[in-house]
Design a protein around this ligand. Sequence first.
Ligand code: PEP
Ligand code: CO
Length: 448
Amino acid sequence: MTSAWTPSSWRSFDARHQPSWPDSSELDRSVKSLAELPPLVFAGEARSLTSALGSVAQGEAFLLQAGDCAESFEASADSIREKLRVILQMAIVLTYSGGMPLVKVGRIAGQFAKPRSSPTETRGDVELPSFLGQIVNDVGFTEAERRPDPGRLLTAYHRAASTLNLLRAFTRGGFADLSQVSTWNREFVASSPAGQRYAQMADDIDRALRFMTACGVTNATTPTLHEVEFYTSHEALLLEYEEALTRNDSLTGGWYDCSAHMLWIGERTRQIDGAHVEFLRGVHNPLGCKVGPTATADEIIALCEVLNPRRIPGRMTLIARMGASRVRDGLPPLLAAVRESGHPVVWACDPMHGNTYTSEGGRKTRHFDDVLSEISGFFAAHRSEGTWPGGVHVELTGDAVTECLGGSDGIVDGDLDQAYETMCDPRLNSRQSVDLAFRVAELLRQRD
Ligand code: PEP
Ligand code: CO
């Protein structure tokens, strides 16, 4: 039996991966200020995303969820624009070559909190609190930087607000216009196979647009040529922050976590009797839940029952992150069990988090081939169960980093130090991301 839900009912449950804030009165002050600030998103937008994801659950659309592992408070406008650009490029590849409507969700404008495998980090004989994302502490390895600082909750809110403002401007103000598809590609077109493929596709789209204009289909008649629906998401990890931004929708009377359109529960905090599940069951946003290799069918179905008792299509996305070597055997029984339960979920593939390892040079990395292999295995598993491979969830950046190995540039271990900039997990760079989109589009085309 579940008891009554309130935005603070999670407080009577075990909340894993919460920081040990040194000063609770400072925390209370920050949370109180947050609760008085305006919501970042509107409940109606979250409902639109649920409905778009409902189409994905029915096999009529595909989800692309992508962005940073951990966003930085210092991200420049250029870097935000480049991240959006690469996500839009991937989306256009998937829409055009894969032939599917795309639901676009960024890991952006709030992806600041990180669960870590150990609460402390030791370098030499110095042990300090681990870096938990800039919403808690800083990445530098000094006592001052690693001290959890509740003032950061407010900085995170303001960073999320300004990032979201820029995203709204770009997606509504012409940057996402379909006639811009070829200009998004300028800098890497000549120098990479994925770039050349992309340029060819952009030419085809330009030709199709000229044809449509000649037929009278223009921006004025069809705003979707000019604007794009782009949603935000992050891991709902820091429950103090999420509670403070949870608001009652004046139109429906329902509670929404207005820190982002979609929230997900991480692999480390999905305990059925834990505080994260308790908190998220009561908000009406679309939800994600990571599903790792140890998840059992019973656990997943129990999560679906608690988080989506009314079985609303689009409410629940299961994000499988099994690892390339486990997905082909491990995923089919879970797909079958969820199918048998009748829960209308979106299944997405996170091909990043089950494929992380330490390179010989000591860098945390992922190989493009493993990422691709997990996605292929995900599609194969769905094919064998007759279920819909609903989407991909990837960590990427628009910056020219060298964090993941392989891809068409053939990044090798010795290259990783050139531009290894991530604050947490290694991300695909823009070429690797566009390349990946073409590979996923091929898998989508082979689906029937
Ligand atoms: C993440 O998405 O950055 C993450 C920590 O993933 P997971 O919960 O799947 O390990
Ligand atoms: Co990550």
